[in-house]
Design a protein around this ligand. Structure first.
Ligand code: GSH
Length: 208
């Protein structure tokens, strides 16, 4: 199996974190976004929207990180990060949908405005940041309420739902500073629990 990705991309790092959680190895093929490798004919044949990551499992090619997570979670040997109980599985899907619809788009806006725009010599649009942060806070309030009841987002075990929130939470802390999570103490403790998982450091090494 091969994973086409970029070590700075949050979506790629999410898949690497799953691989680390499952102690799985595959060939990592770096795609250099800064020189537009993701827009070449070769890469567009793998991903028609010209993005990363892309999984290549022989004759089967799959893009979209959450689809890749679900596929790998089923095909890799070892303990799955998808609960077998149907209601728990439905809750996991609920959080994954919250991530893709409300969280990642808002978090991405903040990361672009706070980190990428200044790095390219531009000026951060603070109004855009404030709007996006308001959306992120709505999501974090929901996560905080959930974490008042359970250790992870779907009960006591780490699932794909937690995994989906890890990388952009790291990116938000990088963009806004450690105090970003001050008003969400249970989320901050959840983040510490994630950092303490051996897979977290392993995934950082895989992306290095
Ligand atoms: N929904 C997609 C998002 C893919 C995506 O936007 N990837 C970013 C890196 S995190 C990318 O390839 N950006 C390059 C570009 O937009 O040109 C997924 O989860 O895989």
């Amino acid at each position: 199996m091969k994973l086409y990705g970029n070590q700075h991309s949050a979506c790629t790092k999410t898949v690497l974190l799953l691989l680390a959680e499952r102690s799985a190895k595959l060939d990592f093929v770096p795609v250099n976004l800064s020189i537009g490798e993701h827009k070449t004919t070769g890469h567009l044949a793998r991903h028609p929207f010209g993005r990363v990551p892309v999984l290549d499992d022989g004759e089967f090619v799959l893009y979209e990180s959450r689809a890749i997570l679900r596929y790998l979670d089923q095909v890799l040997p070892g303990t799955r990060l998808t609960p077998s109980d149907l209601r728990a599985q439905a809750c996991m899907e609920q959080w994954i949908s919250v991530d893709s619809c409300y969280f990642t788009p808002a978090a991405y806006t903040i990361v672009v405005q706070k980190l990428f725009v200044p790095a390219m010599g531009g000026h951060t649009d603070e109004q855009l940041v404030a709007q996006a942060w308001s959306s992120v806070r709505d999501v974090y309030r929901a996560l905080e309420a959930q974490l008042a009841q359970t250790r992870y987002l779907v009960g006591d075990d780490f699932t794909l739902a937690d995994l989906c929130f890890v990388q952009y939470t790291e990116s938000l802390v990088a963009a806004l500073g450690d105090s970003a999570l001050d008003e969400f103490p249970l989320l901050a403790r959840w983040r510490q629990r994630i950092h303490a998982r051996p897979a977290f450091s392993l995934a950082q090494e895989l992306a290095a």
